[in-house]
Each structure stands twice: as structure tokens, then as C-alpha cells.
Write a protein that binds this ligand. Structure first.
Ligand code: FAD
Length: 337
């Protein structure tokens, strides 16, 4: 069995697959490893803004919306959406779509399910033997073994959701600073199910309480839900660097997800594409990552301030923002959608 590769990518989520796609047809022999039996099986609400245009998903796989409804407790704000502003899709469809693009490439080998157990200098240990590398890319998500090897801690937020039978076709965000703090509840209708979940920062809310608030919301909306269709996972937003000699971190492993809303597919793909470009050209200057980091800095400033405010002040501020967002010239700048 061949066991040396120029580039080993751990993780075949959006970040790992996009990294491999960018290295496709290059001089490098690439190995991509994932512990999942089926690529794309990730706990995720599968919603993205079209302005995050790197996520190009075939239209037949997506669900689109003509409006976005925000609730600040009882106050309702409706924003019209153009057909190409927001879409929802199943992660499994997305993963399989990305996989199809690289599966025939001569320089890419995909092995799964393979669990990477240990990282070493120039070598990794898996449950199917050891592999050596020139470059290693950690695209292994929010509990990254590559990140741990580099000695980096993480800061996590969390998403919990129920998949329920579709009873509504509305794209909804629900805020209540007194309970959910800086987080929110979402409703993302998909083709087959509706995904209703809660996003929150673990330092402000514990998962038990968050789950309770989510259930209260579902009851308020008279939605039926079952524990068989309950899912939750961590999201790492703690960026501490992405290049460590010949080891790179991208996507959630690198802490690229948004602390503001928890979305991370788009940042994951941009960061991993940049890392692949750097591997291909040492002079590459990480243009995409610079843009993400600027945005993450702004989000952090906003959240650091919001977290210090009493809930009632945050409530008033949100009320004002949701009113302002209706005014076209301000709405475009705030860009909630
Ligand atoms: C509840 C929830 C809802 C979300 N909703 C959205 C949303 O609507 N929109 C959005 O943009 N983002 C959303 N996110 C965030 C999004 O899922 C992540 O940001 C995104 O998946 C990150 O991609 P990634 O490729 O970096 O990591 P992942 O998608 O996590 O992929 C990592 C891969 O690495 C593999 N792996 C991990 N460890 C090992 C190992 N030791 N050996 C081998 N393989 C390994 C895993 O099997 C996995 O396939 C949500 C997250 C959660 C938890």
C-alpha cells in the first residue's frame, strides 16, 4: 500500500473537499481521509446566503425563499428576499456533490471510513496504518486532532436542532435576549423536513437550558417534534492561526466559523482554498482568509460589546436594528440577509 503523499488532508467536510478540489490536477499527490462511512453526514442546518457565493450547489438540491421573517419575541419584521439571496440544502447532498467533482482526479486518493488517531511530525497514525506527508491539512472540524497536536485550545458555540415534518414554508429568525442572550432560534425549511434549531454561545447559556428554550419555541408554534430527530454539535470560532510550518488548519479546525451566527461552510471553503493555493504557490498571500479575518474581528467587537450589555438594553437595540433594516438604504448596509 502506498503510504507517502505530498498533501494529506484530514476531514472531507466542505473545507477538506474544497482543499482537494483546488489541488486537483496539480503535481501533488493528495490523500484525503475521513472517519465517516458516507461523506457529507454532518450535523448542520444547511443554510447559506448567496452572497457567500463560493457555495455553488445545483439548483435542484436547494430550497429558496421570497421573504425572511424576524421575531423579537412578539415583534415581527418581514424582509422581502430576491430569489437568489438565501438557500437551504441537505448536507449529505452537498457533500456528495463536492465529492463527485474530485472523485475522478488522478492525483487525489480518498479513503473512508478511516479514523486518524495520532498526528506526528511528518507522519500520521490511522486505524488503517500509518501515512507520511510533506504537507498536512487539518480540515477535521471543531474537535480537530490536528489542532490539539498543535497545542491550540478552542472556543465553542453550539447549535441544536430538531428536524420536524414541514408545517411551514417560512424562513425565520427568532430573538429573545432575556433568555437566548446573543443567540437565536432559526427555522430553515428544507425539501423534505423543516430544520428548527437554536444557536448560542456556551459561555452564556448551557445546552440543557438552550434545549428547553428550543422546545418552548416549538410548542409555541404548535410543532410536533421527537427526540429521534434531535441533533447538536459544537462550532469552533476561535481562530489562532492557519499556517504552522508544513501543517495547516482550515474550516472549523482553524476556528473560521462565524461567532455571530455559527455559519461556517463558506468560511471553511474559502480558508481551505486559500491554503491549497499557498501550497501550490509559496508567494500566495491568503486574500480570502484576510477578508474572513477582518469580518471575524468586526463580529467579535460587536459581540464583546453585546455580551456586556444588560438583556433589556440589547432587546431595545435589536428592536431598533430590526426597524432600521426595513429601510432600504440602511438595510443594505446592515445586510441581515
Ligand atoms: C447545529 C449546527 C448547524 C449549523 N448550521 C449551519 C448553516 O446553516 N450554515 C453554515 O454555513 N454552517 C452551519 N454550521 C456550521 C458548519 O456545519 C461548519 O462550519 C462546517 O461544516 C465546517 O466545515 P469543515 O469542513 O471545516 O468541518 P466539518 O464539516 O465538521 O468536517 C470535518 C470532517 O472531518 C472528519 N473528521 C473529524 N475528525 C476526524 C478524524 N480524527 N479522522 C478522520 N476524519 C475526521 C469528520 O468526519 C468530518 O467529515 C452548523 C453547525 C451546527 C453544529
Amino acid at each position: 500500500m502506498k503510504n507517502h503523499y505530498d498533501v494529506i488532508i484530514i476531514g472531507a467536510g466542505p473545507a477538506g473537499l474544497e482543499c482537494a478540489r483546488t489541488l486537483m490536477d496539480s503535481e501533488y499527490q493528495v490523500l484525503i481521509l475521513d472517519k465517516s462511512k458516507i461523506i457529507g453526514t454532518k450535523i448542520c442546518a444547511g443554510g447559506v446566503k448567496d452572497s457567500e457565493d463560493i457555495v455553488d450547489v445545483p439548483e435542484q438540491l436547494v430550497k429558496r425563499f421570497d421573504k425572511h421573517i424576524s421575531y423579537l419575541r412578539g415583534h415581527k419584521t418581514v424582509l422581502s428576499l430576491s430569489k437568489d439571496q438565501f438557500k437551504c440544502f441537505e448536507r449529505i447532498d452537498f457533500g456528495q456533490y463536492l465529492l463527485k467533482q474530485i472523485v475522478k482526479a488522478k492525483n487525489i486518493t480518498i479513503k473512508n471510513p478511516v479514523l486518524v488517531k495520532k498526528i506526528g511530525k511528518g507522519e500520521i497514525e490511522t486505524n488503517q496504518g500509518n501515512f507520511t506527508y510533506k504537507y498536512l491539512v487539518g480540515a477535521d472540524g471543531s474537535n480537530s486532532i490536528v489542532r490539539s497536536y498543535l497545542g491550540l485550545g478552542s472556543k465553542h458555540c453550539m447549535g441544536l436542532y430538531y428536524n420536524i415534518l414541514p408545517t411551514s414554508n417560512e424562513l425565520i429568525a427568532y430573538y429573545d435576549p432575556k433568555t437566548i442572550k446573543t443567540g437565536y432560534i432559526w427555522e430553515f425549511p428544507h425539501k423534505e423536513v423543516n430544520n428548527v434549531g437554536i444557536y448560542f454561545d456556551l459561555k452564556l447559556l448551557n445546552p440543557q437550558k438552550a434545549k428547553q428554550y428550543l422546545q418552548d419555541y416549538l410548542k409555541l408554534r404548535s410543532y410536533e417534534f421527537t427526540e429521534n430527530e434531535f441533533y447538536g454539535a459544537l462550532i469552533n470560532y476561535d481562530y489562532q492561526g492557519h499556517e504552522f510550518g508544513n501543517i495547516f488548519l482550515c474550516g472549523d479546525a482553524g476556528g473560521f466559523a462565524s461567532r455571530l451566527h455559527g455559519g461556517g461552510m463558506s468560511n471553511g471553503m474559502t480558508s481551505s482554498r486559500d491554503i491549497a493555493r499557498k501550497i501550490l504557490d509559496d508567494n500566495y498571500d491568503y486574500q480570502g482568509i484576510k477578508i474572513i479575518l477582518d469580518k471575524k474581528k468586526q463580529e467579535s467587537r460587536l459581540l464583546d460589546m453585546a455580551e456586556r450589555l444588560p438583556a433589556w438594553v440589547l432587546d431595545i437595540l435589536l428592536f431598533v436594528v430590526l426597524k432600521l433594516v426595513k429601510l432600504p438604504f440602511i438595510g443594505k448596509r446592515i445586510n441581515l440577509m
